[in-house]
Unconditional design. Structure first.
Length: 129
């Protein structure tokens, strides 16, 4: 991805000013929603290392193989609860559209996040059908 390209997270900022610094470790997510957006962007750019780094150790898989044929198209945040800079827990409900096998799919999830030692981590999520 060109650093001048718009960030996949949907905020309309260049990747280099938005999720890029989170992916490279220059900054950390300040809120659960920011972590959610940066994780979506990591899926979009194929950054499995970032996804594993931001996954809570109690629920993190040993490895993560991303499907290179999957193209993430758009993220829509539906709601959020907690997850602010002074909270220790938060949730984010979202829709993520992606293309795979010539068809467009929608992933709907209620994601849970926790903040420990000033770092937001993805805990788990309930996928809705």
């Amino acid at each position: 991805m060109n650093v001048k390209d718009l960030c996949p997270c949907g905020l309309g900022e260049p990747y280099s000013d938005c999720c890029g610094p989170l992916h490279s470790g220059e900054r950390q997510a300040a809120t659960a929603e920011q972590l959610m957006r940066s994780r979506y962007s990591a899926f979009a750019v194929g950054d499995a290392d970032y996804l594993l780094r931001t996954w809570h150790p109690k629920t993190r898989p040993a490895e993560l193989d991303l499907d290179p044929e999957q193209r993430w198209l758009r993220l829509e945040i539906l709601s959020r609860s907690g997850g602010g800079p002074f909270d220790t827990e938060g949730t984010v409900d979202f829709l993520a559209r992606y293309r795979h096998d010539g068809r467009t799919h929608v992933l709907s999830e209620h994601s849970r996040f926790t903040r420990t030692a000033k770092t937001w981590l993805y805990v788990d999520g309930d996928v809705k059908s």
